[in-house]
Design a protein around this ligand. Structure first.
Ligand SMILES: *[C@@H]1O[C@H](CO)[C@@H](O)[C@H](O)[C@H]1NC(C)=O
Ligand SMILES: *[C@@H]1O[C@H](CO)[C@@H](O)[C@H](O)[C@H]1NC(C)=O
Ligand SMILES: *[C@@H]1O[C@H](CO)[C@@H](O)[C@H](O)[C@H]1NC(C)=O
Length: 412
């Protein structure tokens, strides 16, 4: 499954996190699968079943209306039971200060995507590290050859954020037509199929017992190596989802309606709801029908293949893995359209309808319908064929053999 290859590449990038952890042999066994004794600084043991857990909070709502948020990174035992609060002496009371001093970029991302529903992020981050982070064997201080104060804390938050970025649940569900709605319901099988198409395995999907509203997804991994520098390998989850088989709600954040029911007034985004009247959205993320701003990766969905790939800096479509280009959206004065650029320059649609970013390109105006990028109101783009191997496909706005859609995945 190619999407897993992308995950592994992303996981490899996690390896850049630490320089000073002690060196480990290259041929490590996968956690939860060791056949000989392991060095617990090189392999997560016990607790080798790593869960990257995500929230969908709607009451109250947290974070961008079109993104799940981070719950934590948990080292479960291989049978699904788990340790907690493993080392009192390493518990922290200053998560924000630590990140402020060591890694402002990750902190900024946490402030956007790792949110306490009661607004007390500091307490929430402390809790996640103290309860779960102190149980990850490779984060033990003795595992660092030149330990610097709080280094393992920085590694815990940084690894969690980097792993979260490889698991865009909102986008994966939206690509299968599973979008927040005040009245629609979904089946567990539909949700699992959407996750599996991208992740390669099912995940644990949890619901509020009373309302049947989906509120958590837990992705399971084994690791090859430490959480700081190793690879996260997706695996079948241990345990079962708490959602019912049918009638699952996926409620919109901020009392919103479905993303298509969005209007824009005077530059401010107003979401017309089907259920609870009108609410003004908050937070940095686009909620639909309005101008996008800021930086993002542009991922591609295509019915032709589950590995959609992404757009690279010149505007071409690439499916061979690696890192997507960062695009910047700048809103126009109309409040609904925006222009895009990449490191190559402005992006525009050329006379032959091809999408290109380069110096000298005249910028075109683009839109966003709540799920996908649009051009002249249409959210379908095209290519002459599905790019294979390291081919770079030209993306067109006029009809060609392969259709595709482009999603906006915000970056800090
Ligand atoms: C896996 O590693 C642990 C820790 O070193 C060890 O106790 C256990 O026996 C190993 N498992 C096998 C099957 O050797
Ligand atoms: C965080 O608290 C620990 C323990 O009190 C202390 O050693 C460390 O210097 C603090 N870090 C920052 C950045 O304030
Ligand atoms: C892209 O647009 C942003 C915002 O307008 C600007 O700051 C940046 O310099 C632009 N980058 C390039 C390569 O043109």
């Amino acid at each position: 499954m190619l999407s897993r290859v992308m995950l592994l590449e992303a996981a490899l990038a996690v390896g850049g996190a630490v320089a000073a952890s002690k060196s480990c042999p290259a041929n490590l066994e996968l956690s939860c699968h060791n056949t000989t004794a392991v060095d617990t600084c090189c392999t997560v043991y016990p607790g080798g079943q790593l869960l990257m857990t995500q929230f969908w909070d709607t009451d109250p709502s947290t974070g961008p209306a079109d993104s799940w948020t981070i719950h934590g990174l948990w080292p479960d035992y291989c049978d699904g039971s788990y340790p907690q609060f493993c080392d009192k002496s390493r518990e922290i009371t200053n998560a924000t200060q630590i990140m402020q001093a060591a890694d402002k970029c990750t902190l900024a991302y946490m402030e956007k995507y790792w949110l306490d529903y009661q607004g007390d992020n500091e307490q929430f981050w402390e809790h996640e590290f103290n309860k779960h982070g102190t149980c990850i064997s490779t984060l033990d201080r003795k595992c660092y050859s030149e330990y610097q104060t709080s280094q393992e804390v920085v590694d815990y938050f940084k690894t969690t954020v980097q792993l979260f970025k490889t698991l865009p649940s909102y986008k994966w569900l939206a690509a299968a037509g599973i979008v927040p709605s005040a009245d629609k319901t979904y089946t567990l099988a539909e949700i699992q199929a959407a996750i599996k198409a991208n992740y390669g395995f099912e995940a644990i999907v949890n619901c509020n017992k009373n309302t049947k509203a989906m509120n958590e997804i837990w992705y399971h991994f084994n690791t090859k190596g430490s959480v700081q520098t190793g690879k996260f390998v997706p695996v079948q989850p241990v345990g079962s989802s708490t959602c019912p088989k049918t009638g699952i709600k996926y409620l919109p954040k901020y009392g919103g309606g479905s993303p298509s029911a969005t209007t824009t007034t005077g530059g401010a985004t107003t979401t017309t709801t089907t259920a609870t009247g009108t609410a003004t959205t908050s937070g940095p993320a686009p909620t639909g029908g309005s101008a996008l701003s800021g930086k993002a990766y542009l991922y591609v969905n295509t019915p032709s293949d589950s590995n959609g790939g992404f757009l690279i800096s010149g505007g071409a479509w690439y499916r061979a893995g690696g890192t997507p280009a960062t695009y910047t959206a700048t809103p126009n004065a109309d409040g609904t359209t925006f222009q895009l650029n990449s490191s190559k320059g402005k992006c525009g649609v050329q006379a032959d309808s091809s999408f290109s970013c380069a110096s000298g390109v005249t910028a075109s105006n683009f839109g966003y319908d709540g799920s996908f990028l649009t051009y002249n109101g249409a959210n379908t783009f095209y290519a002459a064929s599905l790019p294979t191997g390291t081919q770079q496909g030209v993306v067109y706005t006029s009809q060609k053999a392969v259709s595709l859609q482009v999603t906006w995945s915000p970056r800090s």
